[in-house]
Write a protein that binds this ligand. Structure first.
Ligand code: COA
Length: 246
């Protein structure tokens, strides 16, 4: 859900609750027997957080935002980031496990649970990472530590905002998968530095860092430390199944 607005003079009369209830019923009927979750993105800060909380939504994922730019200086401490290749398939597959676990720990049920790292998974990833590249509007990037090991990855998408927003392009860097055995700050800094350049080259002015852990965690602190500012959060709730689905 997004762009939910009730006219100022009609607020606190139940209109917002009624709109969400209808959207929920539509989402449930469209999803048939499949599990259905309702997710709302709300900008920070916003009194609407209390509204969603009242209706049973819980924040599960946080976004910060930073300007894109073309600074080509290397990130600190000997780390760097580069585009992922098919050679990185095993490392990326392994990093998918802490990513899935991190999302579940935050209560984010929009994504699959961690899957086994087997040959078929690595093969599918290798094919995906090795595909011919078009314009760099959707790509996977990896962060490499000073010893040359891949320690983190993330996905970058640069695209246009959908109506009703003003026509503009933005970068979205998400799926942060970082080796949980290490300090996430240098890896995140390297990923963000490259994503800012790629976003700039793709003609967008701002880069959103999505899919972050909550404020107060090392990952969120690392995002603020590179200069990003709080932007939005996703709040979610599971849509109860109809009786016929239970
Ligand atoms: C957020 C918004 C959509 C809520 O609509 P609304 O019609 O006023 O909400 P409802 O009357 O259905 O309220 C449902 C419940 O949430 C509570 N609630 C609503 N707004 C609240 C607020 N700002 N703070 C705390 N609780 C709030 C109500 O008290 C009610 O609880 P109750 O049933 O226990 O009494 C409306 O305030 C709005 O349009 N805000 C500006 C736009 C915006 O921020 N949209 C969200 C971002 S996409």
């Amino acid at each position: 859900m997004r762009s939910l607005v009730v006219a100022a003079r009609a607020r606190k009369l139940g209109a917002g609750r009624a709109l969400l209830a209808k959207l929920e019923a539509i989402a449930r009927s469209l999803s048939g027997a499949a599990p259905c979750v309702l997710a709302a993105e709300v900008l920070e800060p916003n009194p609407a957080h209390a509204f969603y909380e009242r209706l049973g939504y819980r924040p599960v994922s946080w976004t910060t935002r930073i300007a894109a730019h073309d600074d080509a200086s290397r990130s600190g401490k000997g780390w760097h980031a580069r585009l992922a290749t098919s050679q990185d398939a095993y490392a990326v597959a392994t990093l998918e496990v802490p990513l899935a676990m991190r999302r579940r720990a935050n209560g984010d049920e929009r994504f699959d649970r961690a899957r086994e790292v087997d040959a078929s998974f690595v093969g599918v990833l290798a094919a995906h990472l090795g595909r011919a590249r078009g314009p760099l509007e959707q790509c996977e990037i990896v962060a490499v530590d000073p010893r040359g090991a891949v320690r983190a990855c993330a996905s970058l998408t640069v695209g246009s905002l959908d109506p009703p927003f003003v026509p503009a392009r933005r970068g979205l860097l998400g799926r942060f998968a970082i080796d949980p055995a290490m300090d996430c700050a240098p890896a995140l800094a390297a990923l963000v530095a490259l994503a800012r350049r790629l976003t700039h080259v793709a003609g967008a002015q701002m880069l959103e860092l999505t899919d972050l852990d909550p404020p107060g965690t090392p990952m969120y602190a690392a995002a603020l430390a590179v200069g990003a500012a709080p932007w939005s959060r996703i709040s979610m709730r599971a849509a109860p199944l109809r009786e016929s689905q239970t």
